[in-house]
Design a protein around this ligand. Structure first.
Ligand code: ZN
Ligand code: ZN
Length: 375
């Protein structure tokens, strides 16, 4: 049960750099260590992709607490960090409590949004009162700014999504159902190398597009003049892309054209404002005021966008109450929408990287009305 030291192994450079940054945040919280339970955060800090494992990050040590199913995987994926391999029957809370006791740590942060109350209770019963202290979003704060490798992963995820969409677009026929289109798109993205879809794909025909989170039904594409598709791919490294397009499948009526153009203008203006130093709420406001001026302010009920990365929704949020300041390396969606019950909805979504002096739109599916039209 003692941590096996593996100092001779080569370091996983990105993970090591992330842990160094995390230590600064841990110190700022006046803690000695952080117990990481969120599997996405564990993987981000170590390169380990298995399950049921937790990570303890202290000033001098990084220790992964895993079990015998993952022993080889731990050695292969993160040879540079120490591991406690639990034998079958050894409970996680026991291993953690033993480790904390051995290291004589007294101020240990835990991830309050991810550690279950039951696990907290069990560990807490084994350590001195007050040892465990709740923290919130420390690793998530680091994850907001992507390094080079992560941006490359996001570009892959976007390319897989876009290639899949291009194939779907030419195979759409009026008789195809929302469900069939969603299935076809996921299948095609996988063929282009994606691990899968980054969330259940939304294909919403006509009035169904008024629901921002519509689930595909047996409704046929030919039953209305337009279809909204919101989709994304997961890259092999586990990064998520997220796009939305509206395709005209019938006649582009004046109302449709009007709503579409307002949404597009809102999106364009917001994207152009993206640069380091601007507050997320101000980017949101730029898009929102275009929609408000056009008289649809109360029909845009969600935030303008969100960060993408290992999670499909992560920081920073672009919303009216988000005071996060954009920094180079952040990647956000910009997705204004106008939803009119009983008529339908329009949302246009692209993925945007904050660069040193502005922005780069990473997605490239055309969104001009003419190009989007089919049928
Ligand atoms: Zn989306
Ligand atoms: Zn989104």
């Amino acid at each position: 049960m003692s941590p096996n030291a593996k100092q001779t192994a080569p370091a996983n450079a990105p993970s090591e750099a992330r842990r160094k940054k995390l230590l600064r945040l841990i110190r700022k919280q006046q803690l000695e260590a952080l117990l990481v339970s969120n599997p996405v955060n564990v993987s981000y800090l170590t390169g380990f992709t298995g399950e049921d494992s937790m990570l303890l990050v202290t000033k001098d040590r990084t220790i992964l607490i895993s079990d015998s199913r993952f022993e080889t995987q731990v050695e292969q994926e993160c040879p540079d960090i120490d591991a406690v391999i639990r034998k079958s029957g050894e409970a996680m809370h026991k291993s953690i409590a033993d480790l904390l006791g051995k290291l004589a740590l007294t101020g240990i942060g835990f991830e309050s949004s991810d550690t279950s109350f039951a696990l907290w209770q069990r560990i807490n019963a084994e350590v001195s009162p007050g040892t465990l202290k709740p923290t919130h979003g420390l690793v998530e704060e680091l994850r907001q700014v992507k390094d080079k490798g992560e941006i490359a992963e996001l570009r892959d995820a976007i390319q897989q999504a876009e290639k899949g969409f291009a194939v779907l677009q030419v195979s759409l026929v009026p008789d195809m159902t929302e469900q069939e289109a969603a299935h076809e798109l996921e299948h095609t993205m996988r063929r282009f190398g994606a691990k899968g879809a980054s969330f259940p794909i939304i294909v919403a025909v006509g009035t169904r597009a008024a629901l921002p989170h519509a689930r595909p039904t047996s409704r046929k594409l030919g039953e209305a003049d337009f279809v909204l598709i919101d989709w994304g791919a997961v890259s092999q490294g586990g990064y998520n892309s997220d796009l939305t397009r509206v395709l005209w499948t019938g006649k582009a009526s004046p109302k449709l054209t009007k709503i579409y153009n307002i949404t597009l203008e809102a999106q364009q203006k917001a994207i152009e404002a993206i640069r380091p130093g601007i507050a997320c709420r101000d980017v949101d406001k730029i898009a929102r005021s275009v929609i408000e001026k056009a008289g649809y302010g109360n029909k845009f009920g969600h935030g303008l966008g969100h960060g993408i990365g290992r999670d499909i929704h992560e920081g920073p949020r672009l919303g009216p109450s988000s005071d996060t300041i954009l920094e180079p390396g952040m990647v956000v969606t910009v997705e204004p929408g106008i939803y009119l019950p009983e008529w339908g909805g329009v949302r246009i979504e692209d993925d945007v990287l904050v660069t040193k002096d502005g922005y780069e739109v990473l997605t490239s599916v055309p969104k001009e009305l003419e190009i989007s039209r089919w049928g």
